[in-house]
Ligand binder design. Structure first.
Ligand code: FCB
Length: 458
């Protein structure tokens, strides 16, 4: 009796509970492990709706960018991209999510910038040569000024313009790229650009925000069709020329109390912000509801079947209480005493695991297209990485299909309205220093070790 118990004990110890395996060893075969970036945040030298917005201020006189900075030269990745690739290699990353800037590639309607396309090709070829699979975002918030001036996503021509751009993109890069992210975070874009007005074009109108949110799902559908039509080349030899999704921002939403009002408002917020996107891709219908403001329930041609993967950007948990003085009827907050990042988002160790369990029920593999922490002192990041990578391993062990993880971000960069205030990088950059040297933060060692263990077990 005692002996058999002992044997069972030994057997369990030999298999080893997940937490005793080195971090990374529990990630599945062919897992994409890398970092993410976006053109406007790292390249420098861009002229788009954002660079224009950065010059301005709000009616109360405060600058559009909190610290008064400009994206300007940013991390200078347009020239220094080989250093970014060197950093990825140093990390042991086998994948990189990067964007190709629409305003660069199509500086005027229908005009294709051959030199810019050639530079992106150079980057993509260099990545492939190092065995780093590119995951390419076609549109990450920024718009060419001509597109913005025509009404941006509210223009009647928006979808055709974007589809035409995507066809050019598919033709120009399809031989080097298989994994495409059509759009970044439709919900976040709609919220900041059209509801709170903190981002260009600075509109504060929940109705228009919701319409734009829906339009972006139409835009995804036409982009997916355009890429499938033009990218016929299987660049990584896995039998598929394209593998398409969008990067959907999800947060965990916690009602402030169990009162029926808080619970109902939290459920409505959750549905609008989180669930509506995968549901729309599953059913082909977008359903968005802001009580008393707008209700959208419409079919989106081509949306059903447009996801090959579910891209999720996850950062924090939000607590929600009913607040009828606000446009969204809710107030989002972090309770006193909870651990927060430098930008005030709640750091919640179990969060990623819970997100994976929740979205694992959809019929697509999940790519974690972004997950990161603003942490200038690098005190929180090591545990953040450990918790989140462990969360993935746990979800995978429980059967969730997770195909990749991209830490946000490879380097420090221009964090939109926060300017240079949010330090997300595995590599620090001093933006007052002209060389923009990429300096590994100590926490990058956690990533490196995990990448080594992930590769060792394959
Ligand atoms: C996400 C954005 C990304 C970056 C991170 C911190 O919402 O997609 O560009 O700003 O937040």
């Amino acid at each position: 009796m005692t002996r058999s118990l002992l044997l069972i004990g030994f057997a369990l110890a030999a298999c080893g509970p997940l937490s005793e395996k080195p971090l990374g060893a529990g990630l599945p075969k062919n897992f994409l492990l890398g970092a993410a970036s976006a053109p406007h945040q790292i390249e420098g030298g861009l002229h788009n709706d954002w660079s224009r917005w950065e010059e301005g201020s709000f009616p109360d006189g405060s600058p559009h960018i909190r610290d008064g900075s400009r994206s300007a030269q940013s991390a200078r990745s347009w020239e220094l991209w080989p250093q970014d690739i060197a950093a990825l290699e140093e990390l042991g990353a086998n994948s990189y999510r990067l964007g190709i800037e629409w305003s660069r590639l199509e500086p005027a309607p229908g005009v294709w910038n051959v030199e810019a396309a050639a530079r992106y090709r150079e980057m993509l070829i260099a990545l492939r040569a190092k065995g780093i699979e590119p995951v390419v975002t076609v549109s990450h918030f920024t718009l060419p000024t001509w597109f913005a001036d025509q009404g941006g996503w509210e223009s009647e021509e928006a979808l055709e313009r974007f589809a035409a751009h995507c066809r050019r993109v598919g033709l120009a890069f399809g031989d080097l790229v298989d994994i495409w992210v059509t759009l970044n975070e439709p919900n976040v874009y709609a919220l900041f650009s059209y509801a709170t007005g903190q981002w260009p074009p600075g509109v504060q109108d929940m109705k228009r925000a919701t319409r734009v949110y829906a339009t972006l799902l139409h835009a995804h559908a036409v982009a997916a069709a355009a890429l499938r039509e033009t990218d016929l080349f299987d660049a990584n030899g896995d039998g598929h020329a394209t593998f398409i999704g969008l990067a959907h921002h999800v947060s965990l939403i916690q009602p402030a109390s169990s009162s029926p009002l808080d619970t109902a408002v939290a459920a409505a917020t959750d549905d609008y912000a989180n669930e509506s996107v995968p549901r729309a891709a599953l059913t082909g219908r977008v359903t968005l509801r802001v009580p008393g403001v707008i209700e959208i329930d419409e079919a989106v041609p081509g949306l059903k079947g447009s996801f090959d993967f579910l891209g999720l950007n996850f950062y924090y948990r939000l607590h929600v209480r009913a607040d009828f003085s606000s446009m969204s009827l809710s107030k989002l907050y972090v309770p006193e005493g909870h651990q927060v990042s430098d930008l005030g988002g709640e750091v919640y160790g179990d969060g990623l695991y819970r997100v994976l369990k929740r979205y694992g029920g959809y019929p697509w593999p999940i790519l974690l297209t972004e997950n990161g922490i603003a942490d200038a002192t690098d005190k929180q990041r090591p545990k953040f990485l450990q918790d989140n990578l462990r969360g993935i391993e746990r979800a995978v062990a429980e059967g969730v299909n997770v195909g990749g993880y991209f830490y946000w971000s490879l380097t420090d960069n221009f964090e939109w309205a926060e300017g240079y205030g949010g330090k997300f990088g595995l590599y620090a950059i001093d933006f007052s220093e002209p060389r923009r040297a990429r300096v590994a933060r100590p926490s990058s060692q956690v990533f490196r070790d995990a990448a080594l263990s992930a590769n060792a077990t394959k």
